[in-house]
Every structure is written in structure tokens, then in C-alpha cells.
Design a protein around this ligand. Structure first.
Ligand code: SAM
Ligand code: SF4
Length: 345
């Protein structure tokens, strides 16, 4: 038994920070995919026809999901982010959130969503204990939105964002993936749109996680390109790295502040050295990295009658295998088979 496994099976004496890997990184942030389904078809994520969705019996039910999250919390997780697919499509999401909010210690809870339908759910989610939301929005131009997501839903997203702010799910953050020839010319307009509404915008480099495997390194818009384009319209002052912690965004004050913009250089300046994340898929697989080529089957353990201690040992064992970095720039890099929507972004 390895040292980390022995920590895991030591029961109530398990120290804080048991989810430690070989490089000393401690996982505190659990991303839970609650469904692989989605109502949009962002071209960098999903093909127009959708994907072969998981069958319901393959997916964790609410009791299974809450039990696994509870074990992660015992192992030192302090933030749970619900994602997908589109998490709002899971009918029981509000219930799951309420139950996770009853765990001890109570983790912070966040949601990553495309915001379609959030106008109806924001208040109930906040009442159930949700703390914050990140809304994915790549353009504020309704026509470009339609081209990019293959759905005419921009007005719903706008309503969802406003409802999140009204429900106190703040700061409302907006995440935007920048794509060549699609929304790259509109990023300064999107920043102005977010500043006007007090949404905190972060731009993200596109990563090789599309179901179509069409990503090309040579074509991607880099963090430096994004910075240069924004710099044509705004004065960006870097905030000290100490403000960053394990958060991946490089942040800048816009026009002297106090509002900020973030740029996440996931590909060109990876932040793997400070990674504090671990992921649970909707079908109960634990993944130590977005780009991991393997996963550990917690659902099989759970349905086979395993104890919490056995499951904790499987989780810590998987974390011990976490690699130093995602290696997108290595010649040997192979894109994972699971697309982003089935891992949980
Ligand atoms: N449907 C929800 C949403 O869009 O926010 C949650 C799931 S989505 C997979 C999570 C995040 O992954 C979104 O912010 C999306 O923009 C991002 N994403 C998806 N594919 C990506 C890619 N190839 N590169 C970078 N980010 C990606
Ligand atoms: Fe759906 Fe999110 Fe993927 Fe867009 S990025 S297709 S909203 S899962």
C-alpha cells in the first residue's frame, strides 16, 4: 500500500489534504458533471447532431452522487462545482445542491452553465445554497451566438445572467472561448458588454477537447493574441500573481479598475503546477485531470457494495497517478476519448 492509500484507509484520522498527488498538489476543488446532455451545440464542443448520450441506468442517481461527493468532502474537497453537459438539464439539480449543502464541512458550491433556463432556476438554486455561477458566453451578438451554438437562445442567456445577479449568485462570471474566424473580432465588444453589466469576464484559450477532434494548435487564438486585441481598446494593468492562487486566470485591471478581465492560457501557459482539481463524471468515474487518458470506476465500487473507505482509497489512488502536466505541447500528446461535455468542464 502506498503512503497516500494508507492515509485514505485510516478512517476518521484521515488528515486534511488527503487528496495529495506525487508532486504535492492537494485537490480541494471537485468538478461534478451531473449530465452529459446539452441544449446547445457549441461548435468547439459538440457536433450538430449531438452525441450518444449516457443511458439513465449508467448515470449516478442522486443518492449515489451525494454519497460520492460526501466522500470527496471527507477527503478535503472544499469547493464543489456542478457542470456537464448542461447541468440545468438535470431535473434534480436543486435537490442535489441542497443535499450537498448539508454536508459537514459545508463546501462552497458553484455552477458552470450556459444559462439557458437559469432565469427560472437562479432563485431556487440560491435558496438551496448555491454560492456562485460561471456562465459560458462567447459572444453578445445574437446572430453570432446562433452560428456558434446552432441555437437561437441568446435572449434566454441574457435573462439567465440577469436572474443570477438578482439572486445574489455573485460575482457573476462569464467565460468565453475565443475561436479563430468566429468571435475573435468581437472580444473587445464582449468585454464592454460585460463591464456595462458588472459581469466578470474571463477569456479562455480553446483546448483539444472537442468531440470532433478538429482542434489545430497552429490556428488557435492565444492568450497573447487576446491580450493584444483587448489592448487596442482598453488599458490593461496586470494584477499581482499573488491574486491568482490556484485560479488559472491571469487578471488585469481594466482602465485602472476596479473592474477586471481574466485571460486563461490553458494551452500556452498551463497552470498544472498549481492545479487543485479533481473530476467526477455523470457515470461515476473519477478523473485526476481533464486530459487524463484513464479513469477509476467509482460507480462499479458503489454498486458492488464497497464501503466509503474502499471508495476513498480508490480516489486517493487515482490522485496519486496524476501527471505533472497535461502535455498538450508534447509530441506524444493524445486527446482523451471523452469529449469535454462528458467529462465536465
Ligand atoms: N454547458 C455548460 C457550459 O457551457 O458552461 C457546462 C459544461 S461546458 C463543457 C464547460 C466549459 O467548457 C464551458 O465554459 C465551455 O466554454 C468550455 N469548453 C468546452 N469545450 C471547450 C474547448 N474545446 N476548449 C476550451 N473550453 C471549452
Ligand atoms: Fe453545451 Fe457547454 Fe458544450 Fe456548449 S460548451 S455545447 S453549452 S456543454
Amino acid at each position: 500500500m502506498t503512503e497516500v492509500e494508507s492515509i485514505a484507509v485510516s478512517g476518521t484520522s484521515r488528515p486534511e489534504g488527503a487528496l495529495i498527488d506525487r508532486y504535492g498538489r492537494v485537490a480541494r476543488d471537485l468538478r461534478v458533471s451531473v449530465t452529459d446532455r446539452c441544449n446547445l451545440r457549441c461548435t468547439y464542443c459538440m457536433p450538430a447532431e449531438g452525441l450518444p448520450w449516457m443511458a439513465k441506468p449508467e448515470m449516478l442517481d442522486d443518492d449515489e452522487m451525494v454519497r460520492l461527493i460526501g466522500i470527496f468532502v471527507e477527503l478535503g474537497v472544499r469547493q464543489v462545482r456542478f457542470t456537464g453537459g448542461e447541468p440545468l438539464l438535470r431535473r434534480s439539480l436543486v435537490d442535489v445542491v441542497r443535499r450537498v449543502g448539508e454536508l459537514t464541512p459545508r463546501p462552497q458550491m458553484a455552477l458552470t452553465t450556459n444559462a439557458v433556463g437559469l432565469d427560472r432556476l437562479a432563485g431556487r438554486l440560491a435558496d438551496a445554497g448555491m454560492n456562485r455561477v460561471n456562465v459560458s458566453l462567447d459572444t453578445q451578438d445574437a446572430e453570432t451566438f446562433k452560428k456558434l451554438t446552432l441555437r437561437d437562445r441568446f435572449a434566454d442567456v441574457e435573462k439567465g445572467l440577469a436572474a443570477a445577479a438578482a439572486a445574489g449568485l455573485t460575482p457573476v462570471k462569464v467565460n468565453s472561448v475565443v475561436m479563430p474566424g468566429v468571435n475573435e473580432d468581437g472580444i473587445a465588444d464582449l468585454l464592454q458588454w460585460c463591464l456595462d453589466r458588472d459581469y466578470e469576464l474571463r477569456f479562455i484559450e480553446q483546448m483539444p477537447l472537442d468531440a470532433q477532434h478538429a482542434w489545430e494548435r497552429s490556428e488557435m487564438i492565444t492568450a497573447d493574441d487576446i491580450h493584444a486585441r483587448l489592448g487596442e481598446r482598453f488599458t490593461l494593468t496586470p494584477m499581482p500573481d499573488s491574486a491568482r492562487g490556484s485560479a488559472p486566470a491571469e487578471r488585469f485591471l481594466v482602465n485602472g479598475g476596479p473592474q477586471t478581465v481574466g485571460i486563461i492560457a490553458s494551452v500556452t501557459r498551463p497552470f498544472c503546477g498549481a492545479c487543485d482539481r479533481v473530476r467526477l463524471t455523470a457515470d461515476g468515474q473519477v478523473r485526476n485531470c481533464l486530459f487524463s487518458r484513464r479513469e477509476e470506476d467509482l460507480r462499479a465500487l458503489l454498486r458492488g457494495g464497497a464501503s466509503d473507505e474502499d471508495i476513498a482509497a480508490a480516489i486517493t489512488g487515482e490522485m496519486a497517478r496524476k501527471r505533472a502536466g497535461h502535455g498538450i505541447d508534447d509530441l506524444s500528446f493524445v486527446q482523451p476519448d471523452r469529449p469535454m461535455s462528458a467529462i465536465g468542464g
